[in-house]
Design a protein around this ligand. Structure first.
Ligand code: GLC
Length: 478
């Protein structure tokens, strides 16, 4: 079946990314395309998109977007890269700033983006059947479509899918502001129980209530969010739409993350040449000022330094962790308390702890390739991509059993010898340290460890299967 899908998202690689959403929105269309779908993406044209890409964009024209009593300019740009068409919506008042989220007028900025996406559709040489929205930033697209557009012939056939990447980010704003911005009829929409959120308006809730189908990024996370606690006040609504909600685990870009061809790492390797992984490790130890010794277990973490990712367990257990005789490399930025904590602890243990409080894509690849163990003790993890990248590089993940971590990591089973990682359940430093200790003793049994590394590298987390599941979701609507 020929399907055409427009992915609507606030970020996508290679243009702009703050987290996993950007990776997924950027790599999903490539695989959809491979599987015979005309998949394109529309994004805001942020000032922070590198010049390199901005210069490749073609200006197609402009439209005027109604936003309450305002009429806002919206420029339309297009870019084709690796056979995918990307559209960018331009308005300097909203998007010419440093950074992409976290402004006082985010409600207005993303209301504008959602409205502009719908307004611009008739101007595209492309007629999507499905708008596939991602996260709260695009959550009001389904409501706006029903309220203002669906009656018109160009929009009649359009269906919407909303993917929830993380229920913790909902986009909650003052109700009256949105009534004005979105021109929504108060009685029909804003006071509708599905839109009303304790007197506020919730972008994500709006999308959950009005999208034709819903997905989230793993089956276990789906089970978590349909409950009261895991759903953070949206559980009831989600559970009422249980039949229309699907859990699809993300894939990763197997070209971008490939130890056999990766130019960011010093020595490329495959399952046939595990000794090359050790060369990468020694090089990284040297580069970061750690003790250079391939016998010392090297643990890597590449992550936003936020509570949700389990950094409190690492911080509380840091002395005991380093007491195990391991080296720990951290890369990422985030909450100040963690940035400061790891910086100052690294000053005390410069030969054992390397805290890199910034982001550097090359170093990220080197950490994935060089580490023996990848630590991911998340409190919540809707899907998680880092553990999948670690597997690809033969770095054994130690994860807390939550959400997608539970669905993608099979803990080592000493009786059958199966498994591609280790896991723990209780959210405590003790449970985490116990799993690390278990990994260290397995690592001393050389052949067992090498088998685990091999099975990690052979786990298939490419986009093929996941994209195919999205196609099945789309097909339910066509
Ligand atoms: C969010 C989630 C993460 C998921 C990513 C992509 O960042 O926190 O678990 O992998 O979205 O879906």
């Amino acid at each position: 079946m020929l399907r055409s899908v427009l992915i609507v998202a606030a970020e996508a690689v290679p243009f702009i990314k703050t987290g996993g959403l950007g990776d997924v929105a950027g790599s999903l269309p490539k695989e959809l395309k491979k599987q015979g779908t005309d998949a394109r993406i529309v994004l805001p044209k942020y000032h922070d998109i590198p010049k390199y890409w901005q210069e490749k964009m073609t200006f197609l024209g402009h439209i005027t977007v109604p936003l309450g009593w305002r009429r806002q300019y919206c420029g339309l740009f297009m870019l084709e890269e690796a056979q995918i068409t990307y559209y960018f919506l331009d308005n300097e008042y909203y998007f010419k700033r440093r950074g992409i989220y976290g402004f006082g007028d985010d409600a207005e900025r993303f209301a504008f983006f959602c409205r502009a996406v719908l307004e611009v559709l008739p101007k595209l040489s492309f007629k999507p059947d499905i708008l596939h929205c991602h996260d709260w930033h695009t959550g009001v697209v389904p409501v706006l479509l029903k309220a203002h557009y669906q009656q018109q012939p160009e929009y009649e056939h359009l269906k919407t899918v909303l993917t929830i990447h993380n229920i913790c980010y909902q986009g909650v704003f003052e109700k009256n502001l949105l009534a004005d911005l979105l021109d929504l009829d108060k009685t029909q929409y804003l006071d509708h129980p599905d839109l009303n959120f304790y007197g506020n308006t919730n972008f994500l809730k709006a999308g959950i209530a009005f999208a034709d189908l819903l997905t989230t990024v793993s089956p276990s996370y789906l089970e978590e969010i349909v409950t009261g606690r895991g759903g953070l006040a949206l559980g009831e609504l989600l559970s009422s739409r249980r039949q229309e909600l699907h859990g699809i685990v993300n894939g990763i870009d197997y070209e971008m993350y490939n130890p056999a061809t990766d130019k960011a790492i010093d020595v490329q390797y495959t399952t046939q040449s595990p000794e090359h992984k050790i060369t990468n490790k020694r090089n990284l130890q040297q580069k970061l000022g750690l003790i250079v010794d391939s016998d010392i277990p090297l643990i890597g973490m590449v992550s936003r330094l936020v509570g949700e990712k389990g950094f409190e367990l690492v911080a509380a257990g840091i002395e005991r962790l380093l007491g195990l005789g391991v080296e720990l490399v951290i890369l990422g930025t985030g909450e100040e308390r963690y940035e400061n904590f790891f910086r100052s602890t690294a000053d005390h243990y410069p030969k054992q702890l390397s805290a890199n409080i910034y982001f550097d894509n090359v170093l990220a690849h080197q950490i994935y390739a060089a580490s023996d163990i990848y630590l991911m003790p998340s409190l919540n993890e809707p899907c998680g991509l880092s553990q999948l990248i670690a597997l690809r590089y033969g770095t054994i993940p130690i994860v807390r059993e939550t959400g997608g971590l539970k669905d993608t990591i099979t803990p080592y089973n000493e009786y059958t010898g199966e498994g591609n990682g280790l896991s723990f359940t209780s959210y405590t430093s003790e449970a985490m340290l116990k799993a690390i200790n278990q990994a260290l003793s397995l690592r001393r049994e050389r052949t067992v460890w090498l088998e685990m590394v091999e099975s990690a590298m052979e786990t298939d987390n490419s986009w093929g299967r996941s994209a195919n599941q999205y196609l099945k979701v789309y097909d339910r609507l066509l």
